[in-house]
Design a protein. Structure first.
Length: 129
């Protein structure tokens, strides 16, 4: 954190799962705790990564199994894409009106991008986790 106090570079990787996770917390009126919300965000980000050709399907499956095994995806709620996208637009990581996503190229390797089609995000959010 000392190396990137303003959250502009290396520290961005710590935001993996948080953009969507914070929206999940907000839309659920904080009925979903931070850890579960970020886990949901991690899986959604992995699925977006897969759909964008960045991450293999087997790695998405591996992540889901791990998050399920440790109990973070139990009783996952139905996610409403439009509400979550609206909540994401209020995230502190918005730059120039564009939502920044931390996506996976592989487990442990991320990219930070604002070049994500929000229709794709809505589609992934509408799918059962």
């Amino acid at each position: 954190m000392e190396q990137d106090e303003l959250d502009l570079g290396l520290r961005n990787i710590l935001n993996y799962g948080h953009t969507i996770g914070h929206a999940v917390e907000t839309v659920s009126d904080f009925q979903i705790d931070h850890g579960r919300a970020v886990a949901i965000g991690m899986l959604v980000a992995a699925r977006i990564s897969n759909r964008m050709g960045l991450l293999g399907r087997s790695e998405v499956t591996r992540l889901k199994k791990l998050l399920t095994r440790i109990g973070l995806l139990a009783e996952t709620p139905k996610l409403e894409g439009d509400e979550l996208i609206e909540a994401m637009h209020h995230d502190k990581k918005i730059v120039g009106g564009r939502i920044k996503f931390v996506l996976l190229e592989s487990i442990g390797e991320v990219i930070v991008t604002d070049d994500v089609d929000l229709n794709l995000v809505k589609k992934v959010l509408s799918e059962k986790l």
